[in-house]
Design a protein around this ligand. Structure first.
Ligand SMILES: [Zn+2]
Length: 205
């Protein structure tokens, strides 16, 4: 996947953390369209396919609500990308990058409650308000957790300089280098092989 085509491409969940996948879903905030946002929420299982179908037509039925949420979603995306770039480079985090996260946490953080579903008790987050901000709550929470981990966060950027995807290194060896072995890992191996092959051929001449 080339990063420039990410707006039209499928949502890829390779980041190992919700907020990391969210940051990867759009390389620029303007790339985050309403459709992409809703598809992300569905792919990340924050909303059901039914809810996704309902939400996809919201810009027609209630453009103001959709616009307000999209604006917050884009701010959250920009903030996550700034924060994650700084964490990966071990740079200082500016307080204003945190604000879009806190803004969502402030209105959405509700208590957890035990909820029974099909005979099983689960702990479920109960949103404090009825608006749509809760759709971004889990992403904001996930981003907040990564920021709070500070330098201990195993956040990385793909070793392919042309890729730019972030991931959280949950590998056993803690040496994951690629967003995906199948994409960037393999490409790099192929390039290394070609280089080796070329120099071997040069040496033989
Ligand atoms: Zn990559």
């Amino acid at each position: 996947m080339s990063p420039s085509s990410s707006s039209s491409s499928e949502i890829q969940l390779i980041g190992d953390r919700l907020a990391v996948d969210y940051a990867n879903a759009s390389h620029t905030p303007s790339e985050l369209s309403w459709h992409r946002l809703i598809h992300f929420l569905e792919a990340a299982k924050i909303i059901s396919p039914d809810r996704s179908t309902q939400l996809l037509v919201l810009p027609e039925s209630d453009p103001r609500t959709a616009e307000a949420l999209l604006r917050k979603a884009r701010r959250l995306c920009a903030s996550a990308r700034l924060l994650f770039s700084a964490i990966v480079r071990k740079q200082r985090i500016a307080a204003e990058w945190i604000e879009p996260i806190n803004e969502i946490l402030r209105v959405t953080e509700g208590p957890d409650e035990l909820v029974q579903e099909a005979g099983v008790w689960r702990i479920e987050f109960i949103a404090r308000e009825g608006g749509l901000d809760w759709l971004l709550a889990a992403v904001a929470r996930s981003a907040a957790e990564i920021v709070a981990e500070g330098t201990a966060a195993r956040l990385r950027v793909c070793a392919n300089p042309g890729c730019g995807l972030f991931f959280y290194d949950e590998s056993r060896t803690r040496r994951r280098r690629w967003c995906s072995m199948a994409v960037c890992g393999n490409r790099s191996k192929v390039a290394a092989f070609a280089r080796k092959h070329a120099s071997a051929r040069r040496a033989a001449v």
